[in-house]
Design a protein around this ligand. Structure first.
Ligand SMILES: [Zn+2]
Length: 141
């Protein structure tokens, strides 16, 4: 019979892999033209790269916006129109940039948030559970 703590560690590892696969699936559902833009996260090698990458990608995604005659658009990544009761869509570019980056206390685009998660995990080993540290804490050896 397995140690219950070992089961917890295995469960965490399984859930981390499930999260990674779900994020890759989200990325694969982005249109082909935008996939090339957001897939560039794989070039990031530092935390600063991830910050720079996010802003650069947000500015590129704005270029794919289909702007209506009021200057608003849906998000090219998640296709939401925002939650403003008085207007439909994100104002271009400021509103869409805020949605994509999460700047200014707005809910960040869920697609961008998960792709950003892939980038953070890639450059920051602490973004994933440190199994050695967890085993040390659980078993004390
Ligand atoms: Zn979005």
């Amino acid at each position: 019979m397995k140690n219950p703590n070992q089961k917890i560690i295995e469960r965490i590892r399984h859930l981390e892999n499930e999260l990674y696969n779900a994020r890759r699936t989200i990325l694969s559902l982005v249109s082909d033209e935008l996939q090339t833009v957001v897939d560039s996260y794989s070039d990031c090698i530092s935390r600063q790269d991830v910050s720079d990458w996010q802003l650069e990608v947000a500015n590129k995604v704005v270029l794919f916006a289909k702007i209506d005659d009021t200057g608003r658009t849906e998000c090219p990544l998640c296709h939401s129109f925002g939650s403003n009761l008085y207007s439909h869509g994100y104002k271009v570019p400021e509103g869409l940039l805020r949605h994509l980056t999460g700047f200014g206390r707005v809910n960040q685009c869920p697609v961008m948030r998960h792709i950003n998660g892939l980038a953070r995990e890639q450059v920051d080993p602490e973004a994933r559970i440190d199994l050695q540290a967890l085993k040390l804490a659980v078993y004390g050896t």
